[in-house]
Design a protein around this ligand. Sequence first.
Ligand code: VGL
Ligand code: ZN
Length: 213
Amino acid sequence: MFKKKALIMVDLQNDFCKGGSLVVPGGDDVVPLANELQSHFDLVVATQDWHPRDHMSFASSHHGHKAGEILEVNGMAQVLWPDHCIQNTKGAEFHPLLRTEAVHKVVHKGVDKKIDSYSAFFDNAHLRSTGLADYLRHEQVADVYIMGLATDYCVKYSALDAQHSGFKVYVIKDACRGVELKPGDSEQAFQEMRAAGVTLVNSRDLLVGVVNQ
Ligand code: VGL
Ligand code: ZN
């Protein structure tokens, strides 16, 4: 009964790409892949980091602190970021080259100023769901394929939550890029995902596989 495949394109937004406020190195490079992949899936979901102006993850919300520092906020470690992906600004818009006509659902996350949300499914304290898991189950999705930005934050937490929500989860490795606050963070993130049961694949396998069937 649950048999569909969904593609989740994570945070392909201006602020994470060239000229943005929180540039993920090589972020722009995965946009053409995202466009190519979409037609191979039954269902396409796009996420947008979507913060209010005074979001707690912004260094500017914490007097005397700067981006890159880690603070304890409400009992949880929080990386402080430059202001990014502010609701209804250019930086929060999808990359201009991303095709969105075939997107079935857009998920906004990080909308509550009091808590961050790296995952497309839950906030960082796992208190509030975005409704994405229920949506995918309702659409009879069994397999979830994840790509996008950033490997070491939103891709990783989305993949782990998808796995814990009971989906068969694949991460399309070459279609992800990491922030790499520390060199090696992306590779470590891939290892954590694999250890949790996530399958790592390459876009080539998906794109070629269909042609040869
Ligand atoms: C992200 C840092 C802050 C991401 C979002 O999309 O990975 N990273 N907000
Ligand atoms: Zn954010």
